[in-house]
Design a protein around this ligand. Structure first.
Ligand code: FMN
Length: 217
């Protein structure tokens, strides 16, 4: 079934102004690694997930689940298991080039933010699901989860919340810990909250618009 659709009506001048403002707003988005203990209202997180769930997805299969973790105990367990992985990554079996490439971020195997952030959101994706006994194929599941995660990060940022995109090399332990069905795979973990008053971020250069945009008119 098809239905008519119209974009929200935005006058061109207003649209230009919004687009310039958005560009300024997103210039201020940074990944933070030190969180304030202040706990934002959970509705902010739920509403951001409500935005993410509207993301486009391959064949509209919506192959995602967003697990919101505020339990202190669960966060502790996630930190312990993550730090086991991180010790492997940084110390026991390091990929020297990768570790070298991360040096400018000043990261190491201590993942204090996992217990410090008031909320963790684990995004799961799946290549299929079940409708009664029928197996439903999901298309471009990872790409779809990536777009939804981008919308989630953007929605959180626009509400004044910061995030840390965290991807331990092996994250299957999150499925067991959060008791997710076998077909779901952890995609990413986001620490979410306000930056601590002591938060520092690495000085990074972003590519310019000219470097990343090619216009074919
Ligand atoms: C897919 C992806 C994985 C990332 N994984 C980690 C991670 O495991 N640990 C971490 O500290 N930062 C991680 N980051 C954050 C990046 O280091 C950060 O986005 C990048 O340095 C640019 O900084 P900015 O977000 O402040 O612009 C990840 C970001 C992305 C997009």
């Amino acid at each position: 079934m098809l239905q008519p659709y119209k974009t929200p009506n935005v006058e061109e001048l207003a649209a230009l102004s919004i687009s310039r403002d958005l560009s300024k707003v997103f210039t201020r988005r940074r990944t933070i690694r030190q969180f304030s203990p202040e706990k934002p209202n959970r509705e902010l997180i739920e509403n951001a997930v409500d935005v993410a769930r509207l993301s486009p997805s391959g064949a509209n299969r919506q192959p995602w689940t967003f697990a919101i973790i505020e339990s202190v105990e669960l966060k502790k367990e996630i930190r312990v298991l993550s730090e086991i992985e991180e010790k492997r990554f940084y110390i026991e079996k390091p990929n020297h080039k990768w570790v070298e490439d991360l040096k400018h971020l000043h990261t190491n195997c201590d993942k204090e933010f996992l217990t410090q952030a008031p909320y963790l959101i684990v995004i799961f994706y799946s290549h299929f699901s079940w409708k009664k006994s029928e197996k439903i194929t999901h298309y471009y599941a990872k790409e779809s989860a990536g777009i939804a995660t981008g919308m989630l990060i953007s929605a959180l940022h626009m509400c004044g919340l910061s995030t840390l995109t965290y991807t331990p090399k092996r994250m299957q332990f999150l499925s067991q810990l959060l008791d997710r069905p076998q077909e779901e795979r952890p995609f990413m973990l986001l620490g979410v909250g306000k930056p601590s008053s002591q938060a520092m971020v690495p000085t990074l250069a972003k590519k310019t618009l000219d470097q990343v945009m090619k216009i074919y008119s």
